[in-house]
Design a binder for this molecule. Structure first.
Ligand SMILES: *[C@@H]1O[C@H](CO)[C@@H](O)[C@H](O)[C@H]1NC(C)=O
Ligand SMILES: *[C@@H]1O[C@H](CO)[C@@H](O)[C@H](O)[C@H]1NC(C)=O
Length: 508
């Protein structure tokens, strides 16, 4: 990044949190910003040293060849309990994940390393994850614009903001115990919906950080909230057609500042062919699971893939394996744990009908394949964006974070799927040890019922296909997300011009 203060280009620095679910969309967003006006925008993604290769690999895959996105690095601070080189949620031991999350919002620990880089690069705008609430002040000091980019949509963002404030209020007046980890009957927290009804979230389904007293730091929440309010504006990885009413609500919470809905950012930039789909391009060959999908009938396959962060016990994997077998449907199952093996004899019994992939699979390409009939998903936002883009209906199996909230958007509001583990079937919890085992029979029954001709799956697919068309239209030239992206760049350019005028007057 050229640091000349009078550079003609609009220099934007993007700073994601240390998880692939944040670094991925931030990098995609950077590609979109640069591709929208290659002559005007210079986008740089800033991450800690060990995370740089991941960001570079996305740029190599996503960025059209005429578009350049830079990567800048800063050192990950020394954090008690984290070995050197452990700088993201993918590689940290699950029991230590909170250390990364806690370090990210710790001003004393994280601000110095970030501030040093921001001052050195002196960008025109900083697009920051909400964790790094001090970036508002740093940007302000430098006369730069500051934006927060939400990697999740308007509905979960609004729900979480509401939950945060009601839990903070309960904690401060002492009327309610925030520590709900011990009891599954500790009640429900209502979140108001646009239709005037309440969405009821049992305590066990709240994001973990709200459930553990030690982890719920109301003062950090306050500072994140006030920093977001002081920021120039906010952008989110969603599109108006998906959650219009909630987008309006989201925009309305900070009325003096614009909001931009720019997703799904996982789609390639309008009018530009991606450099090479699948990294190595055609030479690298297609993944064997695509060849397998080619041999399956249209809309017949159950695709199962959970996020890399959700802990799934061995016992649960066995039930899932037996449930997929009992469903009698073709299935493509991605298991992240590459040392796990299915039960004795299972592989032979399911034969060609089942494809088990260990480790990584090309999810976007799989969802785009016409053989896929349903996606069994943990409801991570990026998977939601991908399945909506592809028009594939879902069976939901939320596990951690805000996934139980997103599930309600998919099933109750958008109608693109059903719960796999039905209401009343057992305890559902963001704490995997507390979550009841989902039995093989539950898995098989849910799949069979959903995929019955004329059943829930058909209605959900119809709706998913409509949203898919809307997602593509939003990102195409002239679509709502494309317009918001252009407006965002125009607004940043305008603000910079004003800033320079003000500085010139000051120095005249
Ligand atoms: C996480 O860190 C490791 C190194 O510890 C790195 O190899 C990997 O690319 C990083 N990013 C992600 C998203 O896994
Ligand atoms: C992966 O599977 C093995 C064998 O079943 C198990 O011992 C190990 O704990 C699993 N690892 C994770 C991270 O779940």
């Amino acid at each position: 990044m050229a640091s000349s203060a009078q550079s003609k280009k609009l220099r934007i620095l993007l700073m994601p949190f240390f998880a692939s679910s944040h670094m991925g969309p931030f990098t995609n967003f950077a590609v979109h910003l640069a591709a929208a006006r290659p002559d005007v925008v210079e986008a740089t993604v800033a991450v800690t040293t060990a995370n740089a290769p991941f960001v570079r690999s996305i740029i190599a895959r996503q960025s059209p060849s005429h578009v350049k996105v830079e990567v800048a690095t800063y050192p990950f601070p020394v954090v008690d309990g984290l070995p050197a080189g452990v700088e993201n949620l993918t590689v940290v031991k699950p029991a230590d994940a909170w250390r990364i999350a806690a370090a990210a919002v710790d001003e004393a620990v994280m601000r110095p390393v970030q501030e040093c880089l921001i001052r050195e690069l002196s960008p025109d705008a900083v697009i920051s994850d909400m964790h790094f609430f001090w970036n508002t002040d740093i940007a302000g000091d430098l006369g730069a614009q500051c934006l927060v980019f939400n990697v999740i949509g308007a509905f979960p963002s609004m729900a979480i903001a509401h939950l945060n404030s009601s839990l903070a209020a309960a904690a401060s007046d002492g009327t309610r115990d925030v520590d709900t980890t011990r009891s599954s009957e500790a009640g429900v927290v209502p979140v108001p919906l646009l239709d005037g009804k309440d969405m009821l979230i049992p305590h066990t389904e709240l994001p973990e950080f709200m459930r553990v007293k030690e982890a719920f730091d109301a003062s950090v929440m306050d500072r994140i909230g006030s920093s977001t309010t002081r920021c120039a504006s906010r952008a989110a990885n969603t599109f108006l057609g998906l959650e219009q009413g909630y987008c309006e609500l989201f925009a309305g919470t900070v009325q003096t500042r614009p909001s931009y809905f720019v997703g799904p950012v996982s789609l390639p930039p309008a009018g530009a062919a991606p450099a090479a789909i699948g990294g190595g391009g055609a030479a690298a060959g297609r993944s064997p699971c695509i060849g397998w999908l080619d041999r399956m009938p249209s809309q017949s396959v159950v695709f199962v893939c959970f996020g890399s962060l959700a802990p799934v016990s061995d016992a649960q994997l066995v039930e899932l394996a037996l449930g997929l077998e009992a469903s009698t449907k073709p299935f493509l199952w991605v298991v992240r744990n590459d040392t796990w093996s299915p039960p004795e004899g299972w592989t032979e019994r399911v034969g060609e009908r089942g494809m088990l992939v260990k480790g990584w699979a090309p999810q976007t390409e799989i969802l785009g394949h016409e053989a896929v009939g349903v996606f069994v998903t943990h409801c991570g936002w990026n998977s939601v964006m991908e399945t909506v883009t592809a028009g594939v209906p879902v069976l939901t199996w939320p596990m951690v974070f805000e996934q139980f909230i997103i599930e309600r958007l998919l099933t109750n509001i958008l109608g693109i799927g059903e719960r796999l583990f039905p209401e009343g079937a057992g305890v559902r919890s963001t704490n995997s040890e507390e979550h009841d085992l989902v039995t093989a029979e539950t898995v098989a029954q849910a799949i069979i019922k959903f995929m019955e001709p004329g059943g829930g799956g058909d209605a959900a697919r119809k709706r998913a296909k409509e949203l898919s068309a809307e997602a593509r239209a939003a990102m195409a030239e002239g679509g709502s997300s494309h317009r918001d992206l252009q407006r965002l760049i125009d607004d940043l350019m305008g603000a910079r011009t004003e800033q320079r005028h003000a500085t010139n007057i000051l120095h005249a």
